[in-house]
Write a protein that binds this ligand. Structure first.
Ligand code: FRU
Length: 472
């Protein structure tokens, strides 16, 4: 056997037998986290021959953004996940500075990854001096992936070209790709192909200074286009958007447009840009169509360059987690997200209480789910580190800053009737009114792991502890 396959097998055996440090108190028990190093975007999310695959941007060599590999998990139920051997390593000239984000497709029974090969030019110190290849990697019978570069530098764009998302429509392959026009305008390009190798550019479908968007960011990372409930949805992550009142408070955005795509011309008239999440950490989400027809989404619970390296998990050599898998639907012209129903399998020790918030018991908040119905004002305090306030304006979410002696605030505006809150050691995912609004945040409690309810409102509360998933 050659050295590389043996090394992959060795690494896999080490990953499988790795035990987390008992003091690793912020390590989630049912969310995906990297065993070591840095995790960012979800990649290659697909249900292939019955099994879910989720790949991810992974730097196993350091808890920073320096080396990007594709890590790989599989699952039969979206709850319990297994570590597979690392899928892509930056080993070729065309991906020497990172196997960047991308997607996965089923090509007549073969799993094919489509990703960006990042190549820095010059001495690599000037981050703007770069080029990119779009590459495919076909899975071989031994499980490894054979790579090939299929699209090079595009005329008329800078070297910031990345994150191919591919799908099939009417027997042709289509790809959306993030690119940057020379005046630093973020654009989403549409390509088509018969064989995943020869690609033809259809055109720019959306972006800054297109379709009435005005100036809207210097890069639209991680585009994803799919049809749902009568709309062609384009998800993307625009960078360079200034805060506007209570909106766009994260450093980079994740949001969507609803429209109708003309696949022939690339013409895509669309709605305004909606935020997908209103919490502190949500970025680079990716969707897939499950075999039962559900449109599922997973996001990165992090934002690039947003106080990342103040996170205390660095002490244990790792950083960042994925969100829970969620199901998407569209009602009254807006996306709803709800945690996939499979996660209910983690619920144990149910409690149902009703009464004035101030009089209700406290709950353990280490790994839990709580559903609250009320139309009055109340507050949920989690471990004295994160505060969820329901008022007539909507939700105010505050958390203790990681680096400063202050709180950081995010908002969701609207009439709140129901909150479903999922907690896992150092994360919350708050689904408002059955997922019309979502707020996703990390927090790092130093206090007792308690959830407290306060206020004069009468609440109807369902609470469960969530048991640990199998994540091996
Ligand atoms: C988004 C992103 C992508 C890129 C990847 C590199 O977080 O910047 O655009 O492909 O991360 O890790």
């Amino acid at each position: 056997m050659k050295e590389l396959p043996l090394l992959r097998k060795t690494l896999h055996a080490v990953i499988k037998n790795y035990k987390h440090h008992p003091d690793d108190q912020y390590r989630p028990v049912w969310h995906l986290s990297p065993i070591v190093g840095l995790l960012n975007d979800p990649n290659g999310f697909i249900q292939f021959q019955g099994q879910y695959h989720l790949f991810y941007q992974w730097n196993p060599l350091a808890a920073d953004h320096s080396n990007k590999f594709w890590g790989h998990w599989t699952s039969s139920d979206l709850v319990n996940w297994s570590n597979e051997s690392v899928a892509l390593l930056p080993s070729e000239d065309f991906d020497q500075d990172g196997c960047f984000s991308g997607s996965a497709v089923d090509d007549q029974g073969q799993l094919v990854l489509v990703y960006t090969g990042n190549v820095m030019l010059g001495d690599g110190k000037d981050l703007e001096h770069r080029t990119a290849w779009q590459c495919i990697a076909r899975q071989q019978s031994d499980g490894t992936f054979e790579k090939k570069a299929v699209i090079g530098q595009l005329d008329g764009y800078t070297g910031h070209i990345r994150d191919p998302k591919v799908w099939k429509h009417n027997d042709l392959w289509y790809m959306v790709l993030a690119a940057q026009a020379p005046k630093k305008q973020g654009k989403v390009l549409l390509f088509k192909s018969t064989d995943l190798e020869a690609w033809t550019l259809v055109g720019e479908i959306a972006g800054s200074e297109l379709n009435d968007m005005g100036l809207f960011g210097y890069m639209w990372e991680c585009p994803d286009l799919f049809h749902l409930d009568g709309h062609d949805v384009l998800i993307s992550c625009p960078q360079g958007i200034e805060p506007e009142g209570r909106r766009y408070l994260n450093l980079h955005q994740a949001g969507y447009l609803l429209g109708t795509l003309d696949y022939e011309t690339g013409h895509y008239p669309h709605s305004k840009f909606f935020q997908l999440d209103y919490g502190h950490e949500f970025y680079a989400p990716q969707t897939t169509l499950a075999e039962d027809g559900r449109r599922l989404i997973v996001g990165w619970m992090g934002v690039p360059d947003q106080d990342e390296f103040s996170q205390p998990t660095l002490k244990h050599g790792w950083i960042h987690i994925m969100t829970a898998p969620r199901e998407l639907s569209i009602k009254q012209g807006q996306i709803y997200q709800s945690p996939v129903k499979e996660l209910e399998a983690l619920r144990v020790n149910h409690q149902h209480v009703k009464g004035i918030a101030n009089s209700l018991p406290t709950f353990d908040s280490s790994s839990a789910e709580i559903i609250i119905h009320s139309q009055d004002d109340y507050e949920v305090t989690i471990s004295n580190t994160l505060w969820i306030q329901r008022s007539a304006e909507g939700i105010t979410l505050k958390r203790q800053s990681l680096s400063l002696d202050e709180t950081e605030v995010r908002y969701w505006d609207g009439d709140v009737e129901k909150l479903q809150i999922l907690i896992d050691r150092s994360s919350v995912e708050i689904f408002i009114n059955d997922g019309l609004g979502v707020m996703t945040s990390r927090y790092f409690p130093k206090h007792e792991l308690l959830l407290e309810l306060s206020g004069d409102a009468v609440l109807d509360v369902n609470y469960w502890e969530l048991k640990a998933a199998s994540l091996i």
